[in-house]
Design a protein around this ligand. Structure first.
Ligand code: ZN
Length: 278
């Protein structure tokens, strides 16, 4: 599932390809992609609207339109947003095909159909897309305030991994980056958040920002399911730099001694080095 770095790479591609363009003609092939509104509402909300900006909060893309409304895109498990030439064929499972006023097209492709595209009123976000209103800070977009992070870690009193996955705590971290962040911070995913101490809290804050930024710079992570790609259809490269995630039995590249161990934490496959993560 794409996490903040992958969605950020998509955002960068959309920002350069969509900003200032208008949606000239919009086709929606499947109701499921607009499950909380309707095909008619999505087509009406996009058609004729000019893109003023492309923002992101956590795993949500938010396209600001000159109509005062915004389009939210969530990729979920397998969604892709592609920018293609006007005469390009649409891949299987294309659910939204939006032609721009420069002749190019934005496609929303989603084989597993958990993803979503919806046009909403940002003034009524808490009613129309309530999960957006509940998101915590986004470390890539907003930076990470150490004092706020420390207060949050101390008050939540949870194991680190499920806390990092909690989108109301920090927006955008999923299963891959939670593992990589815990490893970078040399903390076990099961460590309790309220007993870390200042040095570990600082390591965690740096690890969150560093891992997410490095992942964006490498174009995000494309796992063996190959479902995440950028708007140009290219996969990411950061999976080659994963130090623990999905590498059971491999020798830890940080300490050179531990073997990466797989366990289940918060019902998710979790990877850590038993030597350098305490
Ligand atoms: Zn290690």
């Amino acid at each position: 599932m794409p996490e903040a770095p992958e969605v950020e790479v998509v955002r960068l591609g959309l920002a350069s390809g969509l900003t200032g363009r208008r949606f000239a003609e919009v086709a929606v092939g499947r109701d499921r992609v607009v499950r909380r509104t309707s095909r008619t509402a999505l087509i009406a909300g996009l058609t004729g609207a000019r893109v003023d900006e492309v923002d992101r909060h956590g795993k949500y893309l938010i396209i600001g339109l000159d109509t005062g409304r915004s389009a939210m895109i969530h990729l979920r498990m397998s969604g892709q947003v592609l920018l293609v030439d006007g005469d390009a064929g649409a891949p299987a499972h294309t659910h939204v095909d939006a032609r721009l006023d420069d002749g190019r097209r934005m496609l929303f492709v989603d084989p597993r159909t958990f993803g979503e595209v919806v046009v909403f009123d940002p003034m009524r976000v808490a009613d129309e897309v309530p999960e957006l209103a509940r998101l915590g800070p986004d470390p890539l977009r907003d930076g990470l305030d150490l004092a706020a992070l420390r207060a949050g870690l101390r008050s939540r009193r949870r194991a680190l991994k499920p806390l990092l996955l909690d989108q109301s705590f920090i927006a955008g971290i999923g299963n891959i980056y939670a593992d990589e962040i815990c490893h970078r911070a040399r903390l076990r995913p099961t460590r309790r958040s309220d007993g870390l101490g200042l040095a570990a809290e600082r390591r965690l804050a740096s690890a969150i920002v560093d891992v997410l930024r490095e992942a964006v710079a490498a174009g995000g992570s494309t796992l063996s399911d190959a479902q995440y790609v950028g708007v140009d259809g290219r996969p990411g490269e950061f999976q080659r730099e994963h130090r623990v995630h999905a590498r059971p039995g491999a020798r830890c590249s940080t300490c050179g001694r531990g073997r990466i161990r797989r366990s289940t934490v918060a019902q998710r496959g979790t990877y850590h080095c038993p030597v350098c993560q305490r």
